[in-house]
Design a protein around this ligand. Structure first.
Ligand code: ARG
Length: 451
């Protein structure tokens, strides 16, 4: 009879479709069944609902699961539709399922339950990407490449050093997601509408049955807070920003012939037959926009909401789903593109020394032999204007210092500083690109991946 009253009261009206989240709730259909089951088991264990009724309700839930979300009766949302289906199957006693709870704590539990799964998938994708970067690094410890600042040739480095720079950043993105996961994984169930319940329920038990690590104690907080959504979407947005830089780098490297993307991660042109375009990475780069939109959408939806539950929250949730979907896919694509790309060592080596990228190493050499660094910088800057070779350095040194270059550095040392590979090998400070220094960064990456 209860459901008849509800149907009469909310039978339609022009705002019916606007009110309903039933279609979008497909995402939490399985979660709602799990939450219903845990709640009913707990109610039976606590003696709030008798075992026979609980059994009938659980069997009805199984049947609903088999039939699927698409066959649910109409309802304002998946919670109401499943309850209606349970009552249709069990009779009025099916209505006992909703004892000692509200849709408010129910939906919060469903979102957390489902988001946990999505975040685990996103975490796995970040690990796969880090593995791919570590694999590139292990193969290219000695592959020199140009390093840029302001997109201008700056100093030579190696492909391994570049790859591990992103592994480090994505390691932190992984940590941020893990921290968000820990706060998602707490149970709001039993908070009811916001004010708890008169029934003698066991909130720890439903938390345990649903695999939550803890219970959100304050019932008003439990039913109304969505900071876990915001935090998760922010962590995903940060990850997507890292991905956009990685994508941009690989797009540039492809443009310069340093890297060849696999056909699987390339696209072609409908008119220009010769084209091989890095479209997948351009889309990865663009997903940072989707994620920023998710953060913005959630922040502005949640901003200023009073306690406790408000229906605005129904429109907050989809921002989280769209963000996690976009960023998960982008992470997987980035991992695939990195894992399958071919590095063109000859082009990279040629590029490594371009634009007098070894200039800093020459200045460092002079400074290490007693020339004040600022004076050394000036000498090499003059040489840069006059051919950027040994002869130019020699004559600039003579002009500025008033004595021959050999008084400070012999020609062999200068030639070595001018060589990109030797230049890289000499920069062995902690975290630097020299193979020895990269070896230790690689070990850190491996340790982090194994833990
Ligand atoms: N579908 C709603 C949501 O996603 C839950 C419904 C709670 N409705 C209510 N009138 N209190 O937030």
């Amino acid at each position: 009879a209860g459901s008849v009253v509800r149907r009469d009261r909310f039978s339609g009206g022009p705002a019916r479709g606007f009110l309903s989240s039933l279609a979008a709730d497909e995402r939490i259909f399985e979660a709602d069944l799990a939450v219903d089951r845990a709640h009913v088991v707990m109610l039976a264990e606590c003696g709030v609902v008798d075992d026979d009724t609980a059994g009938d309700i659980l069997r009805a839930l199984d049947a609903i699961e088999v039939d699927g979300h698409a066959t649910l009766p109409d309802g304002e949302d998946v919670h109401e539709a499943i309850e209606t289906a349970v009552i249709d199957g069990v009779g009025a006693d099916g209505g006992k399922m909703h004892t000692a709870r509200s849709r408010n704590d129910e939906v919060a539990a469903c979102i957390r339950y489902r988001l946990r799964e999505d975040v685990l998938e996103a975490l796995e994708a970040t690990l796969a990407l880090r593995e791919a970067l570590a694999a590139v690094a292990s193969e290219h410890v000695e592959t020199t490449m140009p390093g840029y600042t302001h997109l201008q040739p700056a100093q030579p480095t190696t492909v391994a050093h570049w790859a591990l720079s992103y592994e480090g950043a994505i390691r932190r993105d992984t940590e941020r997601l893990l921290e968000a996961y820990a706060r998602i994984n707490a149970s709001p169930l039993g908070g009811a509408a916001f004010a708890g319940t008169t029934f003698d329920i066991d909130r720890e038990r439903t938390a345990e049955l649903l695999g939550f690590d803890s219970v959100i104690e304050n019932s008003m907080d439990a039913s109304s807070s969505r900071d876990f959504l915001l935090e998760t979407v922010q962590a995903l947005s940060t990850l997507s920003t890292t991905l956009s830089g990685l994508a941009e780098d690989v797009i540039l490297f492809a443009n310069r012939g340093f890297v060849d993307l696999s056909d699987d991660y390339s696209s072609t042109s409908s008119i220009m037959p010769q084209k091989k375009n890095p479209d997948t990475l351009e889309l990865v780069r663009a997903v940072a926009g989707d994620a920023a939109a998710g953060v913005q959408g959630l922040t502005t939806t949640l901003k200023g909401l009073p306690r406790a539950y408000n229906r605005d929250l129904q429109r907050a949730t989809p921002h989280a789903w769209s963000t996690v979907d976009a960023v998960l896919e982008a992470t997987r694509v980035a991992a695939g593109a990195v894992a399958t790309a071919e590095w063109n060592e000859d082009a990279l080596a040629a590029g490594a020394g371009a634009g007098f990228s070894t200039a800093t190493g020459v200045a460092d050499l002079l400074a290490a032999n007693g020339v004040p660094f600022r004076t050394a910088h000036e000498i090499v800057a003059i040489a840069a204007e006059n051919g950027a070779d040994y002869a130019a350095i020699e004559s600039a040194a003579e002009d500025v210092l008033g004595e021959p270059l050999e008084n400070y550095a012999d020609s062999g040392a200068v030639e070595s500083a001018l060589d990109p590979a030797a230049s890289v090998a000499s920069r062995d400070s902690t975290g630097g690109p020299a193979p020895d220094a990269v070896e230790s960064q690689f070990e850190s990456a491996r340790d982090a991946l194994e833990s």
